[in-house]
Design a protein around this ligand. Structure first.
Ligand SMILES: [Fe+2]
Length: 188
């Protein structure tokens, strides 16, 4: 029988990790342990109220729930529904992503001037963890026909830090705006 995943403890471990000497490596270790437990069924997420639903064009893209945010770290559970390719964006801070259900397809872009062009792809699968640099540009979608669930930890205040969004066809950079983000969603 799975034990309930302790979100408060996880947030505490993330807060400690981002103030460690090797913050990204420390955060990766915390997220790796968490998604291993969740992916294997040793632990299960408790019901999370107040999910923020991401809708684009009337379609449900998924749900985001921010467990914690301050000036040093943002901790979120991100659910991604299949069928939608979300637009390229950066975070203006390092990020650690760990998947515990389904597959999160990440497209990575190369920045040239004020544009981004598709460079590589990687599907992050349950119990896998990746780290993104401050200027990394990525776009996510759910792999195959499965919902994806992941822990996303950002090493800073994601909701308030200015960052960039990129047009899905031209790759042109513009200031991040959530309504525009939804407008730029395409069929996967
Ligand atoms: Fe992202």
């Amino acid at each position: 029988m799975a034990t309930l995943f302790d979100t408060r403890q996880f947030v505490g471990e993330c807060r400690d990790a981002v103030s460690a000497n090797h913050a990204v490596a420390a955060t990766r270790a915390v997220v790796r342990e968490a998604v291993r437990a969740l992916a294997s069924g040793v632990a299960a997420l408790p019901p999370l109220d107040s999910f923020y639903a991401r809708h684009g064009g009337g379609l449900l893209l998924g749900h985001d729930r921010t467990l914690f945010e301050d000036d040093t770290v943002t901790v979120a559970v991100v659910e991604t529904e299949p069928g939608h390719l979300q637009p390229p964006h950066d975070h203006s801070m390092c990020a650690v992503i760990g998947v515990f259900e389904g597959g999160e397809r990440n497209r990575f872009y190369r920045r040239t001037g004020s544009r981004a062009r598709l460079a590589t792809r990687r599907v992050v699968r349950p119990a896998e963890v990746i780290a993104l640099r401050e200027r990394t540009v990525h776009a996510i979608s759910a792999e195959a026909d499965e919902r994806c669930r992941a822990l996303h930890v950002y090493l800073g205040p994601l909701g308030s830090r200015p960052r960039s969004l990129f047009h899905p066809e031209t790759g042109a950079e513009e200031p991040f705006d959530f309504d525009t983000y939804l407008y730029y969603v395409r069929a996967a």
